[in-house]
Design a protein around this ligand. Structure first.
Ligand SMILES: [Zn+2]
Length: 281
């Protein structure tokens, strides 16, 4: 793996588009309870990038862009930095356009953020870049997050501990990942289990629109007792974190293979009404 920043333009020109994979981390700076750092998603994505690229490096030259520590729908509390849907989409599209115009074909983004407008921006950017430039952007976490929400048995981690709707943020899953990757950064995680006990008006509207996971997110950030996490950090353990990393790596390899076979598609997120609302509000 080579850092893009250290190359000259002449060096970059020597990379064959069919044999080169551009990779980067893209995740926001976001408050993760009191027990995890604001760079949690970035640190997790970096680890998955490193492990996945070890596998890809047998077949591809890997060029690593600098980390893009940006994202939409960071939890709107002190410490978080958040971009709008459109800003994020433009960052991704315009970066992808630059790569496509140089002749590159493949870009993989490693991420660990499930914000609804964040994911929609990435998904929309994938579709745009493919249509306009035949440029293939693969974002494994878009798929993995849907699988977490559905408690996919393939993950082999029980419900409530696998990043599903009962463990959405800085709970068992993310605390386990950080105990595995950077235990020195994890503060006291012996914290009470939290799930929002209020039902907000917007949350009820989202339940009506059949997007229960978005409803829970809205209830959570509207709750005056929000502890800045959702789940049960106290049951975290590094082995579970290792299992989740292995799952991310496995899915990243599978999805890139689909891209090479010409049949990679981003997942369909939400329904048409919710997508319209997320793009416009
Ligand atoms: Zn996170």
């Amino acid at each position: 793996m080579t850092e893009y920043l250290i190359l000259s333009a002449e060096d970059i020109g020597k990379y064959h588009p069919d044999k080169t994979l551009i990779v980067s981390v893209l995740s926001p700076i976001e408050t993760h309870g009191k027990h995890l750092p604001v760079g949690t998603d970035v640190f997790i994505a970096r680890k998955i990038l490193q492990e996945t690229c070890q596998i890809f490096s047998e077949r591809f030259k890997i060029l690593r862009l600098p980390d893009l520590c940006v994202g939409a729908d960071s939890q709107p509390v002190f410490g978080s930095i958040s971009l709008k849907y459109k800003t994020l989409k433009n960052v991704v599209i315009e970066t992808g356009e630059s790569l496509a115009k140089m002749g590159f074909k493949y870009w993989m983004i490693f991420d660990n953020h499930g914000g609804p407008r964040h994911q929609l921006a990435l998904s929309d950017a994938i579709v745009y870049l493919k249509k306009k430039y035949q440029f293939v952007l693969v974002v494994p976490f878009l798929h993995i997050f849907q699988e977490m929400l559905k408690d996919s048995p393939q993950i082999e981690i029980p419900s409530g501990m696998n990043g599903d709707v009962n463990d959405l943020h800085a709970g068992t899953n993310e605390t386990s990942l950080m105990l595995q990757i950077h235990p020195e950064m994890v503060r006291n995680y012996n914290l009470p289990k939290y799930f929002p006990s209020i039902r907000s008006q917007l949350g009820n509207f989202l339940r009506f629109l059949r997007t229960p996971e978005l409803a829970v997110t809205v209830d959570w950030v509207s709750d005056p007792k929000n502890p800045y996490y959702l789940g049960d950090p106290s049951t975290a353990d590094p082995e579970r974190g290792k299992k989740m990393i292995n799952y991310h790596v496995k899915r990243s390899v599978e999805l890139f293979q689909q891209a090479l076979n010409g049949n990679y598609q981003p997942p369909k997120l939400h329904n048409a009404i919710v997508r319209f609302l997320l793009r416009t509000i």
